[in-house]
Design a protein around this ligand. Sequence first.
Ligand SMILES: Cc1cc2nc3c(=O)[nH]c(=O)nc-3n(C[C@H](O)[C@H](O)[C@H](O)COP(=O)(O)OP(=O)(O)OC[C@H]3O[C@@H](n4cnc5c(N)ncnc54)[C@H](O)[C@@H]3O)c2cc1C
Length: 380
Amino acid sequence: MKQQEADVLIVGGGLAGLSAAIDLSVQGKSVLLFEPKSYPRHKVCGEYISNEVLPYLSKLGIDPFTLGAVEISNFSWTHPKGKAIQAKLPLGGFGISRFTLEQAMFQRALAVGVQPIKASAENIESITNGVQVKSSDGNNYTARAGIAAYGKRSVLDKKLAREFISKKANYVAAKWHAQGAFDPSLVALHNFEGGYCGVSRVEEGLINFCFIASYKVFKNYRDLPKFMDSVLRSNPHLKELMDETEMVFEKPLSIAQISFKDKPPVEGKWIMCGDSAGLIHPLCGNGMSMAIRSAEIACEELMDCFSELQDHAQALQNYRSRWKGEFAKRLRMGRIASGIFSSDTGSGLAMDVVRYVPGILPFFIKQTHGKVDKSLAYEV
Ligand SMILES: Cc1cc2nc3c(=O)[nH]c(=O)nc-3n(C[C@H](O)[C@H](O)[C@H](O)COP(=O)(O)OP(=O)(O)OC[C@H]3O[C@@H](n4cnc5c(N)ncnc54)[C@H](O)[C@@H]3O)c2cc1C
């Protein structure tokens, strides 16, 4: 068994873990990044990212547009009965696949000196002088600080006895890429019984389809193709799009047991980042921005700790309160939106209200998003 030390251990190489790893490494800290899977890889995700992350991504040396990202400025929302509305997105965003973005961020992490450990963290612990990871490679790793960015659900949640893991996780989701015609400036949400499907463009002329549905409705079919035929195609707008585009995946990529329950943003001495700290309902299109922004906050607090401006306990306390201040309201609004979207009647009524008071929609979208800080003039 090997014993290795670093300044920071980061568990999980998704957007949150990669952002934090690059940031801390650029600032001179030694970083070990635990990620068992290889890059590039597809992930179930709507792949629409809000523009609010652009300044920080730029600071990290990542320009999504050089990777082929597509600018998105319009939003449309359709109902199974055929009603549809369109709106301008207050902040706008861009479409890029996780396949491409995470691969580029991983390459950047390697370039700035992050040391990857291609193994799972089997235990994450708080010890007297910091944190410890026992990893599937049989080795032990210690550091002064730790960031847990292992995503929405992991065996680590059970080991940490986190409350949400014992509760029901009631959603299933799937995604696929397709070829065909689709307005590149648009992100579309097509409602169906028990869920919705997001559609937008990503790089290389591809269209990303990603749906999420309540298990209560899905369990009547259990089989993905049957569910897609009977339930997704019940929305005439989505049916037309599915009929007129060609899936380029062999079959959709799917996941289950998705939970939107509250989680603590700090566990012992571990800073929880991204979905490990809380997952916003995907219809808000803000989970990736929250993952990236939470990494930024974590790095600010940890760097103040490394510079002896505060102790580690203070860094954890500040992270906890900043996380709640920035994200708790977004999560609440996401839950309200998902409640409205989960029934045909609710979403039909909400659509009628938006028709009469169009300002409500951009107002609501703003409540689930952060702000672009125009004072940050970062260059890649
Ligand atoms: C259906 C759906 C659609 C979505 N659509 C959008 C959207 O359009 N826009 C948006 O902004 N957000 C969207 N989201 C949310 C977004 O996908 C997440 O918020 C984002 O992926 C969070 O990134 P992360 O880095 O926290 O986690 P992840 O991307 O899940 O990364 C976690 C990483 O940790 C690794 N890991 C897990 N366990 C361990 C371990 N024990 N040791 C080491 N590594 C480990 C995993 O392999 C993984 O790579 C969607 C989510 C869902 C479910």
